[in-house]
Design a protein around this ligand. Structure first.
Ligand SMILES: Nc1ncnc2c1ncn2[C@@H]1O[C@H](COP(=O)(O)OP(=O)(O)OP(=O)(O)O)[C@@H](O)[C@H]1O
Ligand SMILES: [Mg+2]
Length: 301
């Protein structure tokens, strides 16, 4: 294995995995200083090990940091025909935590669409079915203690909005003050229902793995919470739009508006957009601003 592959990985992470008997086959994804995902092997079994560095947890995930190790129960979700890799173990060191997952052989939807863009339509119904099932999930029926429930969905949304709307007012953007007021009024008037669905906080085509027998597995449940699953759906639409998958976006948008109601979908899309704009720091992403403006212009919400 080349030395470069590991140059971003702290040596204590490498030695910890080795001490637990894991042989690293490859680095699946690395966000230096934040998190690293590995394909590992132990006793001829493949696993995925996801490492979260604590500094990141404390800094960025101040609200939900402690929950990062807790993933939803894959068996519970199977009852809704929603498939996620089983979390097999959790380990912790002084500076990081490690979650161990069953390895699902497959390709991300992102990769599949690169190789055969015409297969959009094939996956749309599968993804819609998975989303429908997310809106039917309820955590309150489980006997497991979910620490996420200590913050209500409403509290989470309002707190996030308070922070991000302030940022938007402070920074120069294409969004004019009339539009900002409209956003504020819209969010103020929205009843963020106390739903108990399982919400995936980062649904993107990179986080959907299509197995060899075409089952979509949803990965990356960091920061998941209980709330309105339509927020996950809005995030999915956001990523499709921002990453330029316009054909996929248009079809999904239509289906989602019909299936889940345009008012909530657009409101959650605006919420995601307002939250995400923080990350482009000063120089706001033009596509995001245009999307906000175009949703507000639709005059339906
Ligand atoms: N259980 C699994 N089985 C197979 N592959 C997996 C599994 N979990 C994750 N992967 C692969 O590893 C990649 C990175 O994992 P993950 O999304 O959890 O990390 P991440 O750091 O949050 O990445 P990103 O920032 O891109 O979302 C996934 O896109 C997927 O291709
Ligand atoms: Mg991911």
């Amino acid at each position: 294995m080349s030395k470069n592959l590991f140059s971003d990985i702290p040596s204590e992470v490498l030695s910890f995995l080795a001490s637990k008997g894991f042989f690293i086959l490859t680095v699946l994804k690395s966000h230096p200083g934040k998190r690293h995902t590995f394909l590992v092997e132990k006793k001829s079994q493949f696993y995925v090990a996801k490492v979260h560095m604590y500094e990141y947890v404390d800094d960025q995930e101040h609200l939900f940091g402690a929950d990062i190790l807790a993933y939803p129960d894959s068996k519970l979700l199977q009852e809704y025909q929603l498939y996620i890799p089983e979390q097999l173990d959790q380990m912790a060191s002084y500076t990081f935590s490690v979650s161990l997952f069953a390895y699902m052989e497959g390709e991300t939807l992102e990769r599949l669409l690169q190789n055969s863009p015409e297969s959009y339509s094939l996956y749309i119904n599968m993804i819609m079915a998975a989303f429908h099932n997310l809106t039917r999930t309820y955590l309150q029926n489980t006997s497991k203690p979910y620490s996420h429930e200590k913050y209500s969905w409403e509290y989470r949304v309002r707190r996030s909005l308070h922070f991000h709307m302030k940022q938007l007012y402070k920074t120069k953007t294409e969004i004019n003050s009339r539009e900002l007021k409209t956003l504020e009024r819209l969010f103020g008037n929205t009843d963020f229902e106390q739903k108990k669905n399982i919400v995936h906080d980062d649904l993107s085509i990179g986080n959907i793995l299509i197995s060899k027998i075409s089952v979509p597995y949803i990965v990356d449940w960091d920061g998941y919470c209980t709330g309105d699953a339509r927020y996950s759906i809005a995030k999915f639409l956001y990523y499709l739009y921002i990453n330029g998958h316009m054909e996929f976006y248009s079809i999904m948008e239509n289906k989602c508006l019909t299936a889940f109601g345009y008012k909530k979908i657009y409101t959650y899309m605006l919420l995601v957009l307002v939250e995400k704009m923080k990350y482009s720091n000063g120089k706001r992403n033009k596509a995001e601003q245009m999307l906000i403006k175009s949703i507000l212009k639709k005059n339906m919400i």
